[in-house]
Structure formats: C-alpha cells, structure tokens
Design a protein around this ligand. Structure first.
Ligand code: ZN
Length: 457
C-alpha cells in the first residue's frame, strides 16, 4: 500500500495536467451542437481507463450518449466494486461571469477552475488514477472493479434505467461507489448515507372560459387564484406540519444515535441563516435545521402563476391559476403512494366552483444505507486515511436517482464517496475543484479499494 501511495504522491502534477486535458472537452449534454464533444469525452474516458490498465474497455451505444465501461476482474474471492460517474457537463451560461474560460482549466489558489472540475470529471478521474497506481505499482487491484461512466447525467439519465436493466450480468457487483457529491464543508470530509426522494405535480385551476372584468363579474364567480391559494394553504399547518392524510405514515423516525451524531457536526445556524439572507429560519417544529433538511419530508410550492402581473393595474378576474408543487420524500415513503394521497386530498379540498386538474410530473424514491452498513464504514476508514481526518456521516436533502436504480435493479447498496465542496459552484460559473481534496481523494480511493477487499476476510 505504501508503494501505491508513494506513486500517487510522485505523480501529483501529472494528474493535474491530464485532468486539464479532460476538462478541455466541452461535453455539454444539454446542447445538440456539442454532440461531437460529448462523444470525444466518452472516448477520452475510455482511453484513460485503458492506459490505467483496465480491461474490456468499450463504449456501449444507447439511444442517447454512449456509456463507457471497463473492468478488471482478476481478484477471485474478493468483492466487486461498480464505480459510477459521468463525463458530461452542465452548460456554461452566463459565460461572461467566468473569471477564466470554462474549458481552459486554470489553477488559482490551489483550486482548478473549469466546467466539470468538481461535477464530475475531476471525481471520475480521481478513481481512474487510484486504479492506475495499483496496476502500475502492484500489478493488480485488491478488489474486482467495474467502471460505468455515463454521458447523460446532466440531462436526466434518460437511457440509464433501461441500460442497467438490460445489462444486469455485466454490472453485477457487491457495492456501487459514486463520487458525485460534495463533502460536508471545507476541511470536514464526509460520507453521505441518505438522500431524499421527490414527488412533483402541476395543479391547474380553471374558473371561467376567459378572463373577466372584475367590476362586471366580480362577486358572481370564484376566482381561481384565490381558490388555488386557499387550497395550498391547507397543505401545511403553521408549525410546518404537512396535512395530507397518511403523509407521515411511512416516515422512518430518526434514531437517537443519528440525532446525537448530527448534533456534533460543525453547523452554524446563524451563519447559515445569514448566507441565505432569511430574516428567520422556518421548518417543522420539533426538529433541528439539519434534521429538517436531511430526514424530514417537505411540501413546497415551486411556482405560482395567475392573472395580471405586468406593470400598472388591470381589473381582471383571471380564468385560470397554476401552481407547480413538489414534495421531498424520506425513507420509507413511496412516491406512488404519496402521489395517490396527495391527489385524493386535492380532490377533497377543491371546491365545486372550479375545475382542478392535477398532473403528476417526475418523481424518485428516497434512499438510505443502514447507518452502520459495512461498506459505509469501510469508506469512512478510507477517507480518514486519505484526508488524515475522521469523516462525518451525513445525509443530503437532494436526490441522486441512479442510487435507487442500482438498489432496485442490481440489489446493490451505494456508497457516496464525494470530495467536492458545497461552494465549488457545480452548475454555476467559476466551477472549481480543490486540488488538495483531489489529491487526497485519489489516496482515499486507493484505500477504499483496500478496505473493501478486507471485508471479504
Ligand atoms: Zn454530477
């Protein structure tokens, strides 16, 4: 192991130079004019896997962008890790807000600035280099490895579920490792073991055929804007508790151990509030801010539209009103069941004076690894060795749908092994990656394989 770590330390600058080449490819999956660049990034990823010593490296064609695959399966009796990441990136607009061009990776103050630096090329590359160090230095890996790097993550991974379903054999593994998330804070490495799910809806309310004059007709018919506001007001009480019947039935209560662990986290509520610019924080009573965001479900209005919103005054009685609403779900809530409960409750609170249509949009299941899952703990030890510091164990308020896909289709748990930072501007101008974290991340990845290999003994 020492030799492997020495190799990583010696090659530090070379890794950064190579990563800059990877980041120079504008593989923006959302923009059709970059289709050629997206393919070039797939080929670049495949070449990097090949030169690291991975075998059976190939591109799987899908109806969308290719999936890069490579494996090394010469460790009989040892666990198999399926590494998942993505080589596509977000668009760069507004490009004039970038300090340096997004596809000319530039170092400043120990950080590498470029689109894709943190999300996710830098983190994919970190694992490729950890594998390379083992194969070049020891001639073998302590575990079996499969790489699965897709090119449609930033546009919703439309072809991923079908692909996984059709390639269960090739993707079979003991654990999935995903490096596509931030750590808790600068200097506070973390392992994330839980994510929230999502249920998203559009509500359309119609009162009359057309907009009406509020003088001639006001008072005679219901106003859809008002009706919608009243309906939405019945979704939550003043304490932030959601009133949809049955909504909390399947919510897994926080364990005392988890609550105690989270209380120890270096979280400054005042700083958090000030950064958000909120006069006062608000959430479900009886829970702390981190508990509200990581372990409690929400109901939020994402958008509202009705009537006259231009300059000046127009005495109109709108014919329609529309809202987009979504719920973040926690284990063990199920998006299908929640959708039905929500739709039933909506029909109950909708008055007969209007027509209400509820359209279900996308959704996703929540996910959580057991708090003391052996792979999660192994990842914790690897982070400690790579970063010289014990990680904290946290959950995230957001969603990574692929985690549920792997759990359901392959029956494999995931470990979220992210080394980005929460302020590294993934999806925004001046995206960057801390090169210290990148370097420590390569070492931690190498230790991760070693730790997971040890689980079979
Ligand atoms: Zn990502």
């Amino acid at each position: 192991m020492n030799q492997v770590v020495d190799f990583i330390n010696v090659n530090r600058d070379r890794y950064v130079d190579e990563l800059k080449q990877y980041l120079a490819i504008p593989s923006i999956s959302a923009l059709p004019q970059h289709a050629g660049d997206v393919r070039r990034a797939a080929e670049w990823t495949a070449d990097a896997l090949r030169s690291a010593g991975m075998q059976n490296v190939k591109l799987f064609e899908t109806e969308g962008n290719p999936i890069v695959y490579g494996d090394w399966l010469q460790a009989p009796g040892k666990p198999t890790i399926l590494f998942y990441g993505h080589y596509d990136v977000q668009p760069v607009d507004p490009v004039d807000l970038w300090t340096t061009p997004p596809f000319e990776a530039t170092e400043r103050d120990g950080e590498l600035y470029a689109r894709g630096a943190a999300d996710d090329k830098g983190q994919v590359f970190m694992h490729i280099k950890a594998v390379e160090a083992f194969l070049k230095q020891a001639g073998s890996l302590p575990v079996n490895m499969k790489f699965f790097v897709e090119g449609e993550e930033e546009v919703g991974s439309a072809h991923l579920d079908d692909f996984v379903r059709a390639h269960k054999q090739e993707l079979a593994a003991d654990v999935v490792v995903i490096s596509d998330s931030p750590m808790f804070d600068r200097g506070v490495p973390s392992i994330c073991y839980g994510l929230r799910g999502l249920a998203y809806f559009q509500i359309d309310v119609r009162g009359t055929k057309t907009d009406l004059h509020s003088g001639s007709f006001g008072g005679a018919v219901a106003n859809p804007a008002f009706v919608l506001a009243q309906m939405l007001a019945q979704m939550k009480d003043r304490g932030g508790h959601i009133k949809i019947p049955g909504f909390y039935d399947d919510v897994r209560e926080l364990s005392e151990a988890e609550r105690a662990e989270w209380k120890k986290l270096p979280f400054n509520e005042t700083k958090y509030r000030k950064e958000l610019g909120a006069p006062k924080l608000f959430g479900e009573s009886g829970f702390t801010t981190l508990e509200r965001v990581w372990a409690r479900p929400t109901f939020e209005v994402n958008g509202l539209l009705s009537g006259f919103t231009g300059e000046g005054a127009k005495t109109v009685l709108p014919a329609t009103a529309m809202a987009k609403v979504s719920m973040r779900l926690v284990p063990d809530q199920h998006p299908e069941k929640i959708a039905k409960q929500f739709q039933d409750y909506m029909s109950k609170v909708a008055p007969k004076t209007v027509e209400v249509k509820v359209t279900r949009m996308h959704g996703g299941k929540p996910w959580m690894a057991e708090f003391d899952n052996k792979f999660v703990r192994a990842a914790g030890r690897a982070i400690e060795k790579g970063f010289g510091k014990q990680p904290v164990f946290n959950r995230e308020g957001g969603s990574i749908p692929v985690v549920s896909t792997f759990q359901e289709e392959l029956g494999v748990p995931s470990v979220l092994f992210g080394v980005g930072l929460p302020d590294e501007n993934a999806h925004a101008p001046d995206e960057r990656l801390d090169l210290g974290n990148f370097h420590n991340g390569i070492i931690a990845s190498a230790y991760l394989y070693q730790e997971i290999a040890g689980l079979s003994e």
